[in-house]
Structure formats: structure tokens, C-alpha cells
Design a protein around this ligand. Structure first.
Ligand code: GRG
Length: 300
């Protein structure tokens, strides 16, 4: 079993990046087949926002988690596509002028810059039901379909992503505590990571307890991921990240609250906790362990 902690240098030699690329290609194909053909401006904008960009790391998490339970690959890639549609919707709406007002996303103009604001709103609106359509059309038992759709609806709704975004909008000018900021970022980022890892377990017919363990590990990992994202906003390389850095200088972030050293330490603690959650799965979770560590250390 690969145990804590792999050294970032060792991770560079791992085959994580090749596996990530293979999973990404499968998911890209599933997305390409699911998205409507670009016969209208709306459909063109949907394809523009979803295809040909993005690391597909949430997809990798569901795949890596599904490996523990030998879940059927074709269904895994379809659920991964649904998750990527939701993720893309959240990015399109987050980039809107009334939200984060971002001009660039995934190394190209954001959806509203390329297609206009009202089209970008409708792109997000259309991606959400498409994601649920995928889940409800899976070739698996109706129990699994309903479970996946129900859990995703909770993650996306007003107690999940939307709650996180609402908290984010409300923070301007206010001074959040570390706990409040962690809660907000957990809703924006962690819950979708949690869902991705849980969904692999659901598809693999894992027990309720195993599903819960994986969901919790995903949420913990999401916290560490968001902390490192804040760090990268200040110290990262714009070309590698795909959007301009130092955009969050006016905002309260983990970096402004903790400073770079403490931020890194806290982020590593969340990563460690996430990895410890995976212990019951022993070596079956090695691919997932490696994924969390490689993503944390941004190993290419
Ligand atoms: C409901 C409008 C609305 C938003 C919900 C999820 C969210 C809140 C906003 C998304 C924007 C954001 C900055 C989220 C933080 C998580 C994050 C770092 C997203 C980028 O994820 P990557 O790096 O992106 O996996 P790629 O492009 O690789 O898919």
C-alpha cells in the first residue's frame, strides 16, 4: 500500500498524468456525444464552455474512487461527464460580470466575453438539466440512478454550490473568520469533490459507510485544494493556471487570513486527513491516494 507521504519529487515520476489524460479523453468523448451539435448560438456556446479545456480532475476522482469497487467504466465516464457539466456551469456563472467578472477562463475568453452575458446565463441554465439527464439515463439500476441524481441535486442547490457562492458575494467588505471562510470554500469546491468520490462508490455498489468515508475524504481534499488555489493566485504561473493571477487581492482569502507558511501547513493537514480517511480501503485506494497528492502538489 502507498502510505503517507509521497515526496513531490517521487510523484513527478508517477504515471498519474498519463492516467489523468486517458480518463480525460474518455470523458471528453462522453461530453462531445452528450452536448447538442453546434447548430445554434446557445449550443455553440455550451460546447465552447465545456469542451477542450479543464483538467477533468473531478472526473479523475470519480474514476479513481470507482476503481476501489470495480465499477463499470462506461457508466463511470458518463457520471464524470455529468459532473463536468455542473462544474462548467458553475465556472460560466461565476465568471459573469455580476459575480466574479472574469474575462478569461481555461486560457480563452470566458463564455460571457465570447458570447455575451445573456447567452452565458442561458448556457449555465442549460448545462444543469443536461447533467441530470445523463444521470437519469444511466444503464444501471433505478436505485443507483435516483441516488446519484438526488445527491447531485443536494450538492448543486441552495445548501451546496449556490450557498457557497452566496456567501462569497456577501463577504465583500466583511471580515470572515477562518471557520467561515473554510465553510464557504467547502461549499464552493469541496462538496463537488466529495460528490465525485462518493459517486464512484455508489456506482460500485459500495456500502453506505464506504460512500460516506469517500465523500468526507473528498470534502477534506477540497479544502486543501482551495487553499492551494489561493496560494497559486498569488505565487502561481498564469500560463499554467489558465487565468490571470493576483485577481483576489481585494478579497479575503486563505492567504490573506493565514499568510503563505500557515496556509501551506493547514492545507497539508487537510490533505493528510483526507488520505487517512482512505486507510480502510488499503491498497485498493492507492490510485486515489496518488491522485490527491499529485493534485495537491500540482504534479504534471
Ligand atoms: C452557483 C454561480 C455558482 C457558482 C458556484 C463552484 C463555484 C460556486 C464557482 C466556481 C468558481 C471557483 C473559482 C471555484 C473554486 C474552485 C476552483 C478552484 C475551480 C477551478 O477548478 P479546476 O482548477 O478547473 O479543476 P478546470 O478548468 O481544470 O476544470
Amino acid at each position: 500500500m502507498v502510505q503517507l507521504k509521497l515526496n513531490p519529487q517521487t510523484l513527478k515520476n508517477s504515471s498519474f498524468s498519463q492516467r489523468l489524460q486517458t480518463v480525460a479523453e474518455h470523458v471528453e468523448r462522453a461530453l462531445d456525444q452528450t452536448l447538442p451539435l453546434p447548430t445554434s448560438r446557445l449550443h455553440e456556446a455550451m460546447r465552447y464552455s465545456v469542451l477542450g479545456g479543464g483538467k477533468r480532475f473531478r472526473s479523475y476522482l470519480i474514476w479513481a474512487s470507482s476503481q476501489i469497487f470495480n465499477a463499470p467504466a462506461q457508466e463511470v465516464f458518463k457520471v464524470a461527464a455529468a459532473i463536468e457539466l455542473i462544474h462548467s456551469y458553475s465556472l460560466v456563472h461565476d465568471d459573469l460580470p455580476c459575480m466574479d467578472d472574469a474575462d478569461m477562463r481555461r486560457n480563452k475568453p470566458s463564455c460571457h466575453k465570447a458570447f455575451g452575458e445573456s447567452t452565458a446565463v442561458l448556457v449555465g441554465d442549460a448545462l444543469i438539466p443536461l447533467a441530470f439527464q445523463i444521470l437519469l439515463s444511466l444503464e444501471t439500476s433505478s436505485e443507483i440512478r435516483v441516488e446519484l441524481a438526488k445527491k447531485l441535486s443536494e450538492v448543486v442547490g441552495s445548501f451546496g454550490l449556490v450557498a457557497g457562492q452566496m456567501m462569497d458575494l456577501g463577504q465583500e467588505g466583511s471580515r470572515l473568520t477562518l471557520e467561515e471562510l473554510t465553510e464557504q470554500q467547502c461549499l464552493k469546491t469541496g462538496v463537488l469533490f466529495g460528490y465525485s468520490m462518493e459517486a464512484g462508490a455508489i456506482l460500485g455498489k459500495a456500502s453506505q459507510q464506504e460512500q460516506k468515508i469517500l465523500q468526507a475524504a473528498g470534502i477534506l481534499f477540497g479544502k486543501s485544494f482551495q487553499m492551494i488555489d489561493d496560494w497559486l493566485d498569488e505565487y502561481g504561473d498564469e500560463d499554467k493556471i489558465g487565468k490571470p493571477c493576483r485577481q483576489d487581492t481585494e478579497k479575503l482569502t486563505f492567504l490573506s487570513l493565514l499568510g503563505p507558511r500557515r496556509l501551506y501547513k493547514e492545507a497539508e493537514l487537510f490533505l493528510d486527513e483526507a488520505l487517512q480517511n482512505l486507510s480502510p480501503f488499503q491498497e485498493k485506494a492507492d490510485i486515489l491516494r496518488e491522485a490527491l497528492q499529485c493534485s495537491f502538489y500540482r504534479v504534471k
